[in-house]
Ligand binder design. Sequence first.
Ligand SMILES: NC(=O)c1ccc[n+]([C@@H]2O[C@H](COP(=O)([O-])OP(=O)(O)OC[C@H]3O[C@@H](n4cnc5c(N)ncnc54)[C@H](O)[C@@H]3O)[C@@H](O)[C@H]2O)c1
Length: 280
Amino acid sequence: MKPLAGKVALLTGCGNPRGMGRATALRFAAAGADVVVTDLCRHDEALTFGGLLRIGEDPDALEALAQEARAQGVRALALALDLRDAAQLRAAVARAVADLGGIDILFNNAGTGAGAGPFLEIDDDAWDLSYAINVRGLVRLCREVIPHMRRRGGGAIVNNASIAGLSGRAGYGAYAATKHAVVGITRVLADEFAADGIRVNAVCPGNIDTDMGAAEAGLIAALEGIGVDAAYRRLGAEAALQRMGRPEEVADAVVYLAGPQASFLTGVALPVSGGMRTGV
Ligand SMILES: NC(=O)c1ccc[n+]([C@@H]2O[C@H](COP(=O)([O-])OP(=O)(O)OC[C@H]3O[C@@H](n4cnc5c(N)ncnc54)[C@H](O)[C@@H]3O)[C@@H](O)[C@H]2O)c1
C-alpha cells in the first residue's frame, strides 16, 4: 500500500520543467496521491522580469505533467490558477473537490522573486507584487482549502518558504520579507487548526537548481561580470555540502511533511539547504 494512497494533493506553480512543483507532483503521484497540478497557464511579461524568470505559462506542459502522473496509476487534473485571481483560485478548488472528492494535501509552492534587489531600488509595485503572490495568494488558498480539509477530518499543508524566510540578507528585500511572512503564517495556522487534525509546515529551500535558481545564477553572473558556471559554483559553495540542491530533494522533504511519517510534526520551518550559512 502506497503511503498517500486515497489522498488528494493540490499544488501551485507546477508548470516549469525543472521546478520544485513539478518534481513534487511526481513524487506525490509515486506515493499514490491523486494530484491537482496548477500554474499560471498564460504569459505575463511582468513576471518574467524581461525574460529572466521562466513562468509556468504553457497549459500543454501542465497537461503533459498530469499525464505523467496518470501513468503512475493516480488521477490527475491540470488547472490554470493565478494566485492573484481570487475567482480563478476559488474555481480551481471547487473543480478539484468536485472531480476528485476533496483535498487532503495542499502544497503552496508558487512564488515570485519580485522585490528582490537593492532595498533603495525596490519600488511599491515590486513590494505589492511580491505580497500579492507570495503572501495574499497563499493565504486565500489556505482559506479556501481548510474548510474542505476539516470536512475530511484533517489534512496537511506544506508551504514553500525559503532560507530567505529564516534570516535577513542584503539584496533580498521584499522576497525575504514575504518569505518570513510565509513562515509566520505557517506557525499561526499550525496552532489554529491543530484541533481539526490539520498539520501545517514549511520547507525552506536553500539554493536549488530550478528555473528560478538558474535565473539567480544568471543575475549574479551579470551583476558581478563572471561566467554563469562561476555563478553556479558560488551559489553551491554557500552550502556546507558545497553544491546546489536538486528539486527532487526538496520534493522528498515535502512528501515526508505531508505524509503519515510526519504525524507529530506541525509548525516546523524545515531548512532544505545542504547546510547553508544563513544571514543576519
Ligand atoms: N530555486 C531556489 O533556489 C529557491 C530557494 C528557496 C525558495 N524557493 C521557492 O520555491 C518555490 C518554487 O520555486 P522554483 O525554484 O521551483 O521555481 P519555479 O520558477 O519553477 O517555480 C515558481 C512557480 O511559481 C509560479 N508562479 C509565479 N507567479 C504566480 C502566480 N501569480 N500564480 C500562480 N503561480 C505563479 C511560476 O509560474 C512557477 O511555476 C517558490 O516559492 C520559490 O520562491 C526557490
